[in-house]
Design a protein around this ligand. Structure first.
Ligand code: SF4
Ligand code: SF4
Length: 104
């Protein structure tokens, strides 16, 4: 499991570095984020959800049927949208209402 960071989108806000529980994300000489220890990433997706410019994407591994798909999130008020980009270019979107998601 790991993430990838698109440096061309990164604005250097540092949010991903702050939330990573394993301190796996570092800052390069230009202030852009990069994952220094990808093998240690356990896929909590905190950095994906925090990035304001969708520069962080999470790999969906073959073991869960991802087949190389990448996921990023878009935040719209209470709605967190999970955007899945498949390797063939197909895009799927799943909207989660954050207020409703914590109700059991
Ligand atoms: S998914 Fe979680 S563990 Fe992996 S780099 Fe992002 S914040 Fe760190
Ligand atoms: S949260 Fe996004 S924009 Fe901010 S430093 Fe990380 S990758 Fe760059």
């Amino acid at each position: 499991m790991s993430i990838t960071i698109d440096k061309s989108k990164c604005i250097g806000c540092g949010k991903c570095r702050t939330v990573c529980p394993g301190s796996l994300i570092k800052k390069d000489e230009n202030g852009k984020a990069f994952i220094k220890y990808p093998k240690d990433c356990w896929g909590c997706t905190s950095c994906v959800k925090e990035c304001p410019v969708h520069a962080v994407r999470f790999y969906l591994g073959a073991d869960i049927g991802g087949m190389g798909s990448l996921v990023h999130t878009e935040s719209m008020g209470d709605i967190l949208r999970w955007v899945i980009e498949k390797s063939d270019g197909e895009i799927s979107k799943i909207d989660i209402n954050r207020k409703e998601s914590n109700k059991y």
